[in-house]
Write a protein that binds this ligand. Sequence first.
Ligand SMILES: Cc1cc2nc3c(=O)[nH]c(=O)nc-3n(C[C@H](O)[C@H](O)[C@H](O)COP(=O)(O)OP(=O)(O)OC[C@H]3O[C@@H](n4cnc5c(N)ncnc54)[C@H](O)[C@@H]3O)c2cc1C
Ligand code: FES
Length: 253
Amino acid sequence: MKDLLATVKANKRIAQNIYMITLTLPEEVGAMHGGQFVNLSTGNGAHLLRRPLGVCMAEGNEVSVCYQVKGNGTKYLTTVEAGRKLRVLLPCGNWFDLDDYKNIAVIGGGVGIFPLVATIREHFQTKNFYSYIGFRNIDAVCLYNELAKSKRLTITTDDGSYGQKGNAVSAYLEDAANVPADAIISCGPPVMLKVLKQKLKEQGIKTPCFVSLEERMGCGMGACLVCVCKTEDGGNARVCRDGPVFNIDEVQL
Ligand SMILES: Cc1cc2nc3c(=O)[nH]c(=O)nc-3n(C[C@H](O)[C@H](O)[C@H](O)COP(=O)(O)OP(=O)(O)OC[C@H]3O[C@@H](n4cnc5c(N)ncnc54)[C@H](O)[C@@H]3O)c2cc1C
Ligand code: FES
C-alpha cells in the first residue's frame, strides 16, 4: 500500500450521476485486484477524509475508479480536471480470491458493480462469469462492454427501462438452477446483500458466497476503527483491512 501524489488523466461522466476518474501514478504499485479500493483525496482541502472507491480498471501505472455523485466530496470531485494532482492511498484491502473456482455467479447492484467489473476483467479469459447486474434505470446503465465479458449477462432495472424488470438478486435466484456456479461474488447496497444472505439461507443454496462491504471509512489502513462491522461470531472486523471482501457467512448484514 502506498500513499502517492497521482495526476488526473481524465475525469468523465459515464452515466447519470456516475463518473470515471483515471489516475496516472508516479510509480507502479504492483497488481491491483477486483475488490480492492483506493482511498482518494477529493482535492478540496475542506474534505479532510479521503473517499474509498473500488478499483475498476488497473493497468501499469494507471488506475480508474468510478464514483456516484452522492455528497460534498464526490460532488467536488466532478470539478477536478485533467492535470490536477490528487493524493491516493492504494491498493487497499483484500479482493475476490477466485483461485479455487472456475464458474462464478456475479450479483451486483448500483456502485457495487465497479469492483465486479475489475474482477471480470481480471479473469474472464480463464473463468466463466454468470452475471446478474442491477441498475436503477436505463440512465444509470454503464460499462456494458466490460460486463459483457461474462459468459452470460442479465441486466435488470428497477423500472424495466432496460433489460429485465426487477433486481439482480431475484434474477439470479430465478436462474440459480441453470447456473453451474461454484462460487458467488456480490457487491451492492447493504439492503441487497442482506436480502441475498437471507435468500441463500432460505433456499438452501450452499455455494460459497463472497461479498464486498461498504462502510464509512477514515484512515483506510486499519488504524482508526471507523469502518468496523460485526461478525457472526460476535466479534468485529475492520472493513478496510480485514475486508472489504468477506465470506457472507462470517459477517452480520
Ligand atoms: C470499500 C469501498 C468501496 C467503495 N467503492 C465505491 C465505488 O467504486 N464507487 C462509488 O461510487 N462509491 C463507492 N463507495 C462508496 C463511496 O466511498 C461513498 O459514496 C463516498 O465516500 C461518499 O462521499 P461523499 O463525499 O460524496 O459523501 P458525504 O456524505 O459528503 O461523505 C462524508 C463522509 O462519509 C463517507 N461516506 C459517505 N457515504 C459512504 C459510503 N457509502 N461508504 C463509505 N464512506 C461513505 C465519506 O467517505 C466521507 O468521509 C465505496 C465504499 C467503500 C467502503
Ligand atoms: S478506516 Fe480506519 S480502521 Fe478502517
